[in-house]
Design a protein around this ligand. Sequence first.
Ligand code: R5P
Length: 309
Amino acid sequence: MQVRIVAGTANRALAAAVAASLEKVPVVPEVERFPDGELRPAVTGLRGADVYVIQPTGPPVGDNLMELLLLCDACRRSGAARITALVPYFGYARQDRRTRPGEPVGVRVVADALVSAGAERIVVVDPHTVEFEAVCGVPVETLTAIPLLADALRPAPDSVVVAPDLGAVPIAERYAKLLSRPVAVVRKTRLSGASVLAGEVVGDVAGRPVIVVDDMISTGGTIEAAVEAVVAQGAAREIVVAATHGLFTGETVDRLARLGLRQLVVTDTLAQRDTPRLPLEVCSVAPLLAEAVRRLHRDEHRDDLLIRA
Ligand code: R5P
């Protein structure tokens, strides 16, 4: 059974890099857009293949997600022997529970749709919720880019790792262990999708440089609020930020540029543009994904996937 890497449009550079690591030529589907906005991808040459569809579902989330679903269905109907969805950034993962009556559990809806479109396995990188695997009806491989990001950081001596909210504490602890630094935590309240309020800082940041870490940066509101909170507690203005997924929606670049960051590190789970106004460094997860494909193709026991979080 041959490995075939199918490159969705959301991040073709990443798919090409994964394919290159595996010494393969990616399958690049034609994706037609109808005048009414519908997408119609077409993919051929997959009969009997072990297929890996690479498509992060970042902005525009609806289109990228729909394309992923249609691609999985197209692969199935083209006779693929096995279909794995590699969704390095999994949109809707933040909607992992109902926070008030009347809401859906978005991540469950998306995972079910993916399985019903034909995905037999899902690979994700640093998903927002640790319960991600529990909401999926098929095996999930959870990879982590944290060691990669931690390696890329050049923290000042005496830095403190800062979790910008309680949800980021496990992430901060992993960075702290890799970098041998202490952890501080900012209490955050989310007021809406676009605005947050930072509260007290737990931990000693006075006079010290900080490394703010999170799973994702969307509007930058969480990072901005955390930076303001630690600076108000006397942290040194030598601020480094690391996050796996850089969505950088709307005015995020302006917002982060105002913080005067020393270093900002994200991965290429989502396609990144040049942003000269930020000290942005992008680490590639292509080798991580390629290794996952290699091991999954060989059907190695899941616990042998040392690349798991
Ligand atoms: C929330 O719980 C996440 O871990 C991130 O902190 C959040 O989604 C980042 O979003 P934004 O950049 O819009 O504040």
